[in-house]
Structure formats: structure tokens, C-alpha cells
Design a protein around this ligand. Structure first.
Ligand code: IVH
Length: 688
């Protein structure tokens, strides 16, 4: 079930002037959208406004404006050209949750007068722009935008720039293929580099970039995009697939002609017999979304059989035999209030945007990453700007672009640091990513202190003062150096032979800490205590961690497509430090506790924890609760999936369940309150 956040749920329009104002807002926003500008409303706000207008229109059928955008394809704002479409290029009606899909299934059944017999197809809804591409005798001769569904613009200037839409087919077929064109993430990054090199502003997001690129006929550069077909129709009375072919067969024929189809995407095209199975595929595709190399804004379910499609028929804007299951927004607009700078383990100055809170893909986002000073300037970010923020799944939220039309008067450019925000020293600006001139030394004290902590290497007595002394004397330049310190060096740093001897003994003991703690002490980005425990438990040895590529790394619970390559790259860059740890005789194995021999109330169970703890666990942090789970024989998970046994989650104050709770309900996972969970593990609570 999809839960809309408060600011995504429709609101009620109370008067005719409200209705007229809402129509005007809809028109302006969709004109900006189709013009390739950053939209004046983000998708969630647009959908919300649109549904409010639809609700008002349903209640006041006699007062519906003749020219209401809700009755027009593309809400009537897509630029209309003068090329007539062969048959209307329609849009799709939307549902937002499982109940909506069931209601659509029921309406389809009513139209057919019986249950659907030919099954459904399920495929991704690509977030780009619809085009029709005409092939005559195997040659791509024309590309047309959707326009108002009846007429579109000729954008044949993009012929030759789209992967998946070859200029020449292997056989002389004549037909029209319909599908979505977009920038993949990779193409989007390249496009923005090309634009920057030409002094053009970067695109706000791939979809805006696509709309702008289709319209721009006189750019001095060409940008590669990708096309995926989701249908084909006759051209000049000639069809590609035989009459009566199913949707899946039509796409297979298109693929044989060498044109990319939705079936070729990693999300694929699935043929299923029932709507329940379709819902399952929707969930699977939704779960894949963060890892897909392009944006999707939903999943499309269609009746597969041609005769059943014809029997269900068409409305003025969309076919009755297909429906878009919209996924929650992963891109929203909010206001950029501030930018703070932190110094990372490698001395890099990392900017973080401080934002007005916004609900994105099930969580409230208040901070987002920015890349570096050059990128901040390229995006022309000002404090007070309304910016688009992107977040999906486990991906760290990031700021995409400012919406120039919404910049407040007098807004100042984001200020860049003039001194290292950590040590106040100079900044090395040789590269786009600025660094503290002292490099790793700047962040080293914090890293070593963190590594020596009680739940890490547990080197009792090695506090801030001694760490500082050891770094200043040059005895410690990385975490591995701790293990080769002599008693003399420790005596000098601590100022006492007794303390030196005690520290040396502590360090000797620290050599046999479990791999999870040793790994965590390296300070690899994105690997805190529980993530390090999961990585160590999964791989078992440091060697196996070092051998893992990004694909393998993603097999660890909670590591997504974005995080995996970062971890792999960081582990590789720490190669020399890890070698030193090995040479110093530090343990490189995780003691494996076979599932079967584990004991306790959670033996063999995977538990995910979310939200604030209450009752006996009030104030407990995630690390403590995860440690408690493991003590009670269980495994701590980060995301709810089919392997999850319990989700521990306090009921939310707002009454709106968290995305994890929604997922748990969908999958039939038992949800426990923190109090119920505390009762389950009561015997393990003391001293946790
Ligand atoms: S089917 C007659 N399938 O979504 C069938 N549309 O919001 C009409 N879209 O206008 C479209 N992926 O531009 C279909 N797999 C897919 C799609 C898809 C993206 C776009 C298409 C459509 C819009 C409706």
C-alpha cells in the first residue's frame, strides 16, 4: 500500500475562485514542465493539486471549466505541433495504491462483462517524454512528440542521438513505434558536463533535460539519450506484428527489429495471470527503483490480449485497458536554508545542504549532499532558493538544482569556506573537491579517537589528549600505527610508564577484536557500527571484503547501488593501512556464530528497528538495540524484506505509518511496539 504524506494527499477546494486559481496553477506548472524548465511544482505537489481539482470537478459536474486541463492529454500544456498522429497518442490513468489497482481491475471486469482471460503485463513507467518514431522500409524517418495526443511536434533533429532507436533496421519494415525517451543517469551526467563546457546551465533533472533537448533544434552540441518502446502501431496501413498480437508479442516483434523495449530494461516486462500477481511485480519493480540506471515514476499494468484491449476500449485521455501505478515521489522541492561544511576522513571538505523538512520516499529529509564548490557554482545555488531534492531507497538525498523562477529577491550565492572548517587552517583548492591543506592529518584525531572507543577497538584510557600527542609526535598517522606503538612511545604520549604499560596491554588485547570492529575503525564512508557488523558477518574475512566488487558488496543487507561502489573504492584506497594491520597481527576474521547454534528468543530471526524507542527501551540508540537483537540470538536487518521476522516500530505521533511499517504490513511481517519487543528480550535487557 502506498501512503501519501500529508503534503502529497489531496486537499479540498472550497469555492469556485479556489477552483479557478487551481486550474491556473496547473496550467502554469505543466507549461513549465513541458517547456523543459524546472517545474514550478514538483510531481507530488502537482499530483496533489490535480487530484484536488478532479475531486472538485466530481462534486460540481455542472461547473467544470470547458477547458479544464484535467480533460486533456498532457493536461493540455504539451507543445502541440502540426504533425498528425496516426492514431491518438494517449496518456494513462493513475492509481496510487493496491486498493486503487483492485478498483481498476474491477472496472476493467465490468467493461468486459467477465473476468479478464488473457492476463496482464507489468512493465516500468519510464519518467521521460513520449515520442512516436516512424520507420519506413527499415529507415527511421521521423520522430514526433506526443503534443495534445492528436498532433505533435516534429523533433526529427534528434534522430541518431538515441540508444535503442537505430536509424536503420536489419530488415525493411514499415511501422510506428511508441515509447519513452529519457536520459539514463549516466547520460544525464555526461549531458550536464557537455552543457557546462558550453557555458549552458545544468539540467535540473533527467526528465526536464529530455523535454528541453527534444525542443532545442539549434544547439551547437548533441546529447545522447535512450529510447524504450512500450507499443507499436500501423504506419501507411502496415503493421509490424500480426493482427491480434498480444502486447508482449508486439514488444517482442519491436525488439526483433532492433529497437529497445521496456522488456529490455532491468525491470523487464512480465506477463502474469492475475492482478494479485501484477501487484507482486509492481512491488518488485518498486524495490528495484533505486538501483535502476534511469528514473521511473511508476509501473504500468496492461491487459495483454488485443481483443480484450479492444473490448475494454478508450476514454478521451487514456485507454481503459492500462493503468499507471504511481510510485511515491523521489524528487521534491524544498528550500535551501544553509550549507555546512565538514571535513571527511581524507581531509575533503564535504558540503551538506540544510533544507526545510520535506517528505521523500517515506522519510523526512532535512539534509542533503552537495558535491563540491565548483558544482555548487555550476548549479548557481543561492541560500533561500527552492531546490529539487532527490532521494530513493537507501540513496543519500542529494540536491539537484535550483528552480530559478522561485528565487527570492536579494538571495545570496552559497558562501564557500575561506578556511578549513575543522582546524581553521588553509585549504588546498587544486582539485574540484577542496581539501584541508593538512590532508588526512586534519581529520585524523577524530578518526583515531573514534577507533579507540569502547564499542570499537576498546582501548581503555586512549582518550583525546593522548591521541593528540601521538599524532603530533608523528607516531600515529593512521589507525594501523596504533598496533605498532611501543611501550616507550605510549609512555611518552601519556607521560607515565604505568599508563604506557597499561595502554600497551590494551592495544595488544585490541588486536583480537572481531573483524566488524576492526573494519569499522577504518572509517570507511557509510559504514558505521551496524553496517560494519553486517559486512563482516557477510564476508567473514577481511580478504573476502577486499575481493568484493560493487555487485558483490550490494548483496549485504542495506547496501544499495549508490553506496556499494563507494565502499569498494574506499576499501581499495585503504589497502596500505589494511596491509599494515595484517602485518601487526591484528585479527582479520569475524567469529561466525552459526544460525543453528544461536540461542535466545530471537534465534534464527531477523529484526528491523525503526523510529524512536519507548518504554523500557526509551532513549536507546539504534546501535544499542541492534546489539540487543544480536545478544538475544537474532540478526539485525536494515530494511524490511521477505526475510524479516519482526519490525520494531513505535506508532507514529501523526498516525501516518512509516514506509517500513507499510512494507511490513504488505509482506505480512509482524510489527512489534518497542514495549512488546522489550518484553520478548526482557532477559537480555540488563547491561545492554
Ligand atoms: S502505455 C495507450 N507504457 O507515461 C498506452 N506509457 O503518464 C499509453 N510511459 O503518456 C501509454 N512508460 O509517455 C505506457 N511502459 C509504459 C510507459 C508509459 C512511460 C509514459 C507515456 C504516457 C505517460 C502517462
Amino acid at each position: 500500500m502506498t501512503i501519501l504524506s500529508a503534503d502529497e494527499a489531496p486537499f479540498s477546494l472550497s469555492s469556485r475562485p479556489d477552483y479557478a486559481a487551481a486550474l491556473q496553477q496547473l496550467r502554469e506548472a505543466s507549461r513549465a514542465y513541458y517547456g523543459g524548465e524546472s517545474g514550478l511544482l514538483d510531481d507530488a505537489a502537482y499530483d496533489r493539486l490535480r487530484r484536488s481539482v478532479l475531486a472538485w470537478e466530481a462534486e460540481h459536474p455542472d461547473e467544470v471549466a470547458q477547458d479544464s486541463p484535467t480533460g486533456l492529454v498532457g493536461d493540455g500544456a504539451a507543445p502541440v505541433g502540426d504533425i498528425a498522429h496516426t492514431t491518438r497518442l494517449l496518456s494513462l490513468d493513475n492509481v496510487f495504491d493496491a486498493d486503487g489497482l483492485i478498483a481498476w481491475g474491477a472496472s476493467l471486469q465490468r467493461r468486459l462483462g467477465r473476468e479478464l482471460a488473457g492476463g496482464f503485463t507489468v512493465e516500468p513507467k519510464m519518467d521521460g517524454a513520449a515520442v512516436a518514431a516512424r520507420y519506413r522500409d527499415g529507415r527511421l524517418v521521423q520522430i514526433i512528440t506526443r503534443g495534445d495526443g492528436t498532433h505533435g511536434e516534429d523533433v526529427s533533429h534528434v534522430i541518431g542521438t538515441m540508444d535503442g532507436l537505430p536509424e536503420q533496421l536489419p530488415f525493411p519494415a514499415t511501422f510506428e513505434v511508441r515509447g519513452e525517451v529519457l536520459f539514463t543517469q549516466q547520460q544525464f551526467e555526461t549531458a550536464n558536463e557537455v552543457r557546462t563546457a558550453h557555458g549552458a546551465p545544468v539540467f535540473a533533472n533527467p526528465r526536464n533535460g529530455t523535454a528541453g533537448t527534444l525542443r532545442a533544434k539549434d544547439r551547437p552540441y548533441r546529447l545522447a539519450m535512450t529510447f524504450w518502446a512500450y507499443g507499436a502501431v500501423e504506419l501507411d496501413g502496415v503493421a509490424l506484428a500480426p493482427a491480434g498480437a498480444t502486447h508482449a508479442e508486439v514488444l517482442a516483434a519491436v525488439a526483433r527489429a532492433g529497437v529497445g523495449t521496456t522488456a529490455d530494461t532491468p525491470a523487464g516486462l512480465h506477463v502474469v495471470a492475475t492482478l494479485a500477481e501484477a501487484q507482486q511485480k509492481v512491488d518488485e519493480i518498486a524495490a528495484m527503483r533505486p538501483g535502476l540506471p534511469f528514473g521511473i515514476d511508476g509501473v504500468v499494468i496492461k491487459a495483454n490480449d488485443a481483443a480484450e484491449q479492444a473490448a475494454a476500449g478508450y476514454g478521451s485521455r487514456f485507454p481503459y485497458w492500462a493503468i499507471a501505478f504511481k510510485l511515491p515521489a523521489v524528487e521534491r522541492q524544498t528550500v535551501l536554508r544553509d550549507v555546512v561544511w565538514e571535513v571527511g576522513r581524507t581531509g575533503v571538505l564535504a558540503p551538506t545542504a540544510i533544507l526545510d523538512p520535506v517528505d521523500l520516499d517515506g522519510s523526512t529529509v532535512t539534509r542533503a549532499t552537495l558535491h563540491n564548490p565548483a558544482d555548487i557554482r555550476r548549479r548557481d545555488l543561492h541560500l533561500g532558493d527552492t531546490v529539487t531534492v532527490y532521494k530513493a531507497g537507501d540513496i543519500i538525498p542529494r540536491v539537484q538544482a535550483a528552480v530559478p523562477g522561485l528565487r527570492p529577491d536579494g538571495a545570496r550565492e552559497v558562501p564557500l569556506p575561506t578556511a578549513c572548517p575543522q582546524c581553521g587552517g588553509g585549504i588546498n583548492k587544486d582539485q574540484e573537491r577542496w581539501r584541508c591543506a593538512r590532508g588526512t592529518a586534519c581529520a585524523l584525531p577524530a578518526l583515531i579517537e573514534y577507533a579507540a572507543g569502547r564499542d570499537m577497538l576498546d582501548i581503555d584510557g586512549l582518550g583525546r589528549t593522548y591521541v593528540k600527542a601521538l599524532i603530533e609526535s608523528g607516531d600515529v598517522a593512521d589507525v594501523a600505527d596504533l598496533f605498532t606503538l611501543t611501550e616507550e612511545q605510549l609512555t611518552a604520549a601519556s607521560g607515565s610508564a604505568r599508563r604506557g604499560a597499561k595502554l600497551a596491554a590494551q592495544i595488544e588485547a585490541a588486536k583480537s577484536r572481531p573483524l566488524s570492529r576492526i573494519f569499522c575503525s577504518l572509517g570507511v564512508l557509510g559504514t558505521g557500527r551496524s553496517m560494519s557488523r553486517r559486512i563482516a558477518a557477510y564476508f567473514g574475512t577481511m580478504d573476502a571484503i577486499r575481493r568484493a566488487d560493487a555487485e558483490r558488496m550490494q548483496e549485504v543487507d542495506g547496501i544499495g547501488g549508490e553506496k556499494a561502489p563507494v565502499i569498494v573504492e574506499q576499501v581499495a584506497s585503504l589497502s596500505a593501512v589494511i596491509d599494515k594491520l595484517v602485518a601487526a597481527g591484528v585479527n582479520m576474521r569475524e567469529p561466525q556464530q552459526p544460525e543453528a547454534t544461536r540461542e535466545g528468543p530471537l534465534a534464527g530471526k531477523t529484526v528491523v528497528v525503526t523510529g524512536k524507542m519507548s518504554g523500557p527501551l526509551a532513549g536507546a540508540g539504534r546501535t544499542e538495540v541492534n546489539a540487543l537483537i544480536e545478544k538475544a540470538g537474532g540478526t539485525a536487518g536494515s530494511s524490511v524484506n521477505s526475510r524479516t521476522t519482526y519490525l520494531v516500530c513505535a506508532p507514529s505521533a501523526s498516525g501516518k505509518p512509516s514506509s517500513k511499517a507499510v512494507k511490513a504490513t504488505e509482506l505480512g511481517v509482524t510489527v512489534l511496539t518497542p514495549e512488546a519487543f522489550a518484553e520478548l528480550v526482557a532477559d537480555y535487557l540488563t547491561g545492554s
